[in-house]
Design a protein around this ligand. Structure first.
Ligand code: CP3
Length: 361
């Protein structure tokens, strides 16, 4: 490995820029992918979704799911594909009834007691139930050029539990937080079941061809600070440890959204390779505060992307500058909004790649 200035490792020209960045190497310009890069803002997605008949039907059709996974990579030349699926497929595989009603978001049959948890299917149920998703992974990997990475993913146990307990999206998470606080053992049995299922599912994604995985803890910020260790850090650590054993060498990106400066504790406690930052975290601060070998990912507010124009170029350049000098993967602070014009995504990619400098200089 070459040593650059400051003794940091410098990117090699082989393999994918995103995977190089995930091994703690500085890559310039930073590789770019976008959360929710496949979805309703793309006309070609809407067409395939209509042909599939529904969102879940699309998730379970490996041919069509592979096609929508590849669409944004082809259109924008992004550095990675992210598997097209959903975090709620894990509770579905555990036997929780799940529906997506148009315009209303997900609806689940609520799990609200240790008794309900005991009636869920065992973690092993994901192997068969989510085998079609792993066929999507294999189809995408076979179609992607070597320099493009394929990111697998799952929801983190806490975030998946919020939907499973609330029965859908929530404003205040009162029901799930009340259960977590009043009955740590009962709620812990739900977290454990989801954690075990998630480990099997992620290991299967890697076996099918995923190059890296991201753990989405979109609602970590809804918890009081004292519950971050048991409900956010500990399950993520268990998942990271299991992947190190069962899928060695697979980089893990943690995305604990909304926890602010506790991202430092998250990184220390979980051992993730990379940390996804939401837009509320000052990237210049994070670049200083986080251990130098940890890759930072993020964190442009998706509304700048929706807005476009000079403001988008200015803010994208600010994100690139704030993370320069350390391993960085350019991304948004949360998923692309469905009103986003596709041309703005092309403009963002051009801005991030503008003024390409020599790798590692
Ligand atoms: O392109 C990608 O990022 C890959 C696919 C992906 C989807 N969902 C597709 C999807 C990924 C990584 C997710 C993750 C996901 N799903 C999260 C974590 C990230 C985040 O946004 O915080 C969460 C919380 C979910 C749960 C979920 N799925 C909700 C709340 C909804 C309904 C809201 C909405 O935007 O419609 C979904 C549906 C969903 N997942 C869609 C897509 C493209 C829209 C479905 C449609 O076509 O109508």
């Amino acid at each position: 490995m070459d040593m650059g200035d400051g003794g940091q490792r410098v990117a090699q020209s082989t393999e994918s820029p995103l995977l190089r960045a995930l091994t703690g190497v500085r890559v310039d310009p930073p590789p770019i992918w976008l959360m929710r890069q496949a979805g309703r803002y793309l006309p070609e997605y809407r067409k395939v979704r209509a042909a599939a008949g529904g969102f879940l039907e699309l998730c379970f059709d490996p041919g069509l799911a592979a096609e929508v996974t590849l669409q944004p990579v082809r259109r924008f030349d992004l550095d990675a594909a992210i598997l097209f699926a959903d975090i709620l497929l894990v509770p579905l595989a555990l036997g929780v009834d799940l529906r997506f009603e148009t315009g209303e978001g997900p609806r689940l049959e609520p799990v609200r007691s240790a008794h309900d948890v005991a009636r869920l299917k065992p973690a092993e149920a994901v192997d068969e139930a989510l085998a079609p998703v792993c066929r999507t992974v294999a189809a995408v990997r076979a179609a992607l050029p070597a320099e493009k990475a394929l990111i697998g993913f799952a929801g983190a146990p806490w975030t998946v539990a919020t939907y499973t307990v609330e029965g859908g999206s929530s404003r205040d998470f009162a029901t799930v937080r009340r259960w977590a606080m009043a009955d740590p053992a009962g709620f812990g049995s739900l977290i454990d079941r989801i954690t075990e299922a998630t480990i099997r599912y992620l290991v299967a994604q890697v076996a099918a061809g995923a190059d890296a995985v991201q753990l989405f803890d979109s609602w970590a910020g809804a918890l009081p600070a004292e519950l971050l260790e048991p409900l956010v850090f500990a399950p993520a650590r268990r998942i990271v440890d299991a992947l190190r054993q069962q899928a060695p060498g697979t980089p893990v990106i943690g995305f604990p959204r909304g926890i602010g400066p506790a991202v430092c504790a998250y990184v220390r406690a979980t051992g993730v390779d990379a940390i996804g930052l939401d837009s509320g975290v000052d990237l210049a601060w994070a670049a200083e505060a986080l251990p130098p070998e940890v890759t930072v990912q993020g964190n442009l507010d998706p509304l700048w992307l929706e807005l476009g124009g000079d403001a988008l170029r200015r803010e994208a350049a600010r994100v690139v500058a704030a993370a320069r000098g350390r391993p960085h993967i350019f991304n948004l602070g949360h998923g692309i909004g469905k009103e986003t014009p596709a041309e703005h995504v092309a403009a963002l990619v051009a801005e991030v790649r503008r003024g390409t400098r020599e790798t590692g200089s």
